[in-house]
Design a protein around this ligand. Structure first.
Ligand SMILES: O=C(O)C(=O)Cc1ccccc1
Length: 371
């Protein structure tokens, strides 16, 4: 086993043939030894067995010139994983926040350069908490824009306090009376929940990692958390069952936010330079509201995207909260950049301004699926 430290980050390699199951013995030892260093460890396949990559859970090295990235904490949340992976080529400080709203606020007030926020999940759909922040009904985040996206494969585990189920899932006796997780996670694990936890109380908490933390301290009841194996390691709890997500390809798309007034985030250091920029689709997110009493108002707004060659890739709505049954619409559209369509988004926005009650351009970024 070797541990290399470079600029406060750790690259750790455990070489050996992994035993059946995870983590095998040397990985367990490695993880334990890194815990005091506040380090998150992730497993990658290596030619000679198993390799663990480690990155700092909370940065200890703070400096004004390092990029700061806000994410939903505590450390070992899925947002932390997405932030660490999307910024792995940079020397960024990763800063945990207790809510998505706090992460938005950190970007708006230039406390953080970026925020990494979940937007939608392949199993469970849109993250409504994020849409509500993007609705920005009180104009709190006027300087925030989307500048990137990141796809994270999400594997959930059922976690219990250390030593409470020594015979593991095979010997599970149905005694868990309370489950904790982030609201996003329930819908990604419905198969297991409906089969084995019918009628068991479900408690929403601020993140999956918080759920693991709660369970690690729980003494009064038989509780379990749904969270990642990193959260299990970080909070020192047992994995009762791994990969409990309904679908093996369960993926969350995160948006990367920046502040439009901050010059140093205009270059997007987290993005790898593309060899053929023209071949990658650019996505744009636009929110707008229409006059609900005007027949065809929504159809007319959507036709503007078509007229400018913009391909609609997602549509979401949230209540306007001005009048019941009226909505804010969120439209994502894509285009493969060409000389003909370089003004397409600007022209569409112009058209939308004439057809809608309000419109907001949330920014454009490289479509990672086409990259
Ligand atoms: O709670 C977390 O860990 C988050 O980062 C939010 C979340 C929850 C479930 C899947 C993806 C993101």
């Amino acid at each position: 086993m070797t541990v290399n430290s470079k600029r406060g980050e750790f690259a750790l390699f455990v070489v050996g043939i992994p035993a059946r199951g995870y983590p095998h013995r040397s990985a367990q030892i490695a993880m334990r030894s890194l815990r005091p260093l506040n380090t998150i460890v992730r497993v990658v396949r290596a030619s000679r067995g198993l390799s663990l990559q480690a990155y700092p859970a909370i940065d200890t090295k703070m400096s004004a010139d390092r990029l700061k990235v806000a994410f939903l904490g505590p450390p070992a949340s899925f947002s932390h994983q997405a932030a660490a992976e999307s910024f792995e080529k940079t020397d960024a400080e990763l800063l945990p926040h207790v809510s998505f709203a706090d992460a938005f606020t950190a970007v708006q007030h230039q406390v953080a350069d970026y925020a990494v926020i979940p937007f939608e999940n392949s199993t469970n759909g849109s993250v409504v908490q994020t849409l509500d922040l993007l609705a920005d009904r009180s104009a709190l985040y006027t300087d925030v824009e989307v500048c990137g996206e990141y796809y994270l494969t999400v594997h959930h585990c059922l976690l219990v306090r250390k030593g409470t189920y020594p015979s593991g899932w095979a010997g599970y006796d149905g005694s868990i009376t309370k489950l904790y997780t982030h609201p996003q996670a329930w819908g990604q694990c419905e198969n297991l929940l409906s089969q084995h936890f019918k009628g068991v109380e479900r408690q929403d908490v601020s993140s999956t990692s918080k759920a693991a933390e709660i369970v690690s301290k729980e003494t009064g009841e038989q509780a379990a958390a749904i969270a990642s194996k990193f959260a299990a390691e970080y909070h020192g709890v047992d994995i009762l069952k791994e990969n409990i997500e309904d679908r093996a390809d369960n993926t969350t798309r995160f948006l990367i936010l920046r502040n439009t007034r901050v010059e140093r985030t205009a270059q997007l250091e987290f993005e790898q330079a593309s060899t053929s920029p023209a071949a990658t689709t650019r996505k744009t997110l636009i929110s707008f509201a229409i006059d609900h009493s005007s027949p065809g108002a929504l159809a007319n707004a959507l036709l503007i995207f078509k007229a400018h060659g913009l391909n609609l890739t997602s549509i979401n709505t949230r209540p306007s909260l001005k009048r019941a049954w009226q909505y804010i619409f969120f439209v994502e559209c894509g285009r493969t950049p060409s000389d003909e369509n370089k003004e397409a988004v600007l022209k569409a926005l112009e058209g939308l301004r004439a057809e809608t009650e309000f419109v907001r351009d949330w920014g454009s970024w490289k479509d990672q699926l086409s990259a």
